[in-house]
Design a protein around this ligand. Sequence first.
Ligand code: IPE
Ligand code: IPE
Ligand code: MG
Length: 246
Amino acid sequence: MTTVTEQQALPKHVAIIMDGNGRWAESKGKHRVFGHKHGVKSLRKAISFANEKKIEVLTIYAFSSENWKRPEKEVNMLMELFFTVLGSEVKKLHKHNIKLKIIGDISGFSERLQKKVQQAEALTQANDGLVLNVAANYGGRWDITHATKKLTRMVLQGDLTIDEITEDKINNTISLGELPAVDLMIRTGGDHRISNFLLWQLAYAELYFCDVLWPDFNGDAFQDALDVFAGKERRFGQTSEQVAPR
Ligand code: IPE
Ligand code: IPE
Ligand code: MG
């Protein structure tokens, strides 16, 4: 049973950069693709863990706008894996009342994959359990650019004035704006960088980096991140005294 204090210390929204698949495979003398396939198993574990812990939103980085620069064979294989996994997992997600949403420039994908994405989102759209956002062909700079274009169009059409472009307005236009802010961002694989993930949305997230390679990430590793998060004092610009519980 979770106590009230434990519940308060739990992040509502966790974002994950699932990194290290290639190195994991190479360390075993295998092709990088082997690591991506094992990465799917870790993803399943992370989703069940988030669901059991009653985390409200999980946002995962599956394919960045820069990942197109990888060798064509690896990109093709990742697209194929995305297609297969969407097909095989969506019913399970639906059964667990999980709402799936893809964030990113879907128009960069094949027609076949775009259709699969739309079907998966449609099936789960009325679910009110865990919200699972998959960032695919996503870049934080793309997201900001996309929101800017949307707002500019509204101004040109006379539906918005320049003074109405506030932080709230941008927040409501950019990806994930309708959801609780990201509380915790986890990156596996040992690198301490954002790699063009949620640039706007991570403004006040706690950042947690671990050396575990993504295919080795499991419930214990996720729990370690939650434990570190629970020990953080989040001040949002205020002093420690101001935010201390009375
Ligand atoms: C993350 O693992 C998965 C994707 C970017 C699709 P990597 O493929 O980046 O693995 P490393 O970082 O090369 O080990
Ligand atoms: C970030 O990992 C993207 C995803 C996990 C999908 P990368 O492996 O692409 O990041 P860099 O290139 O090391 O910064
Ligand atoms: Mg990587």
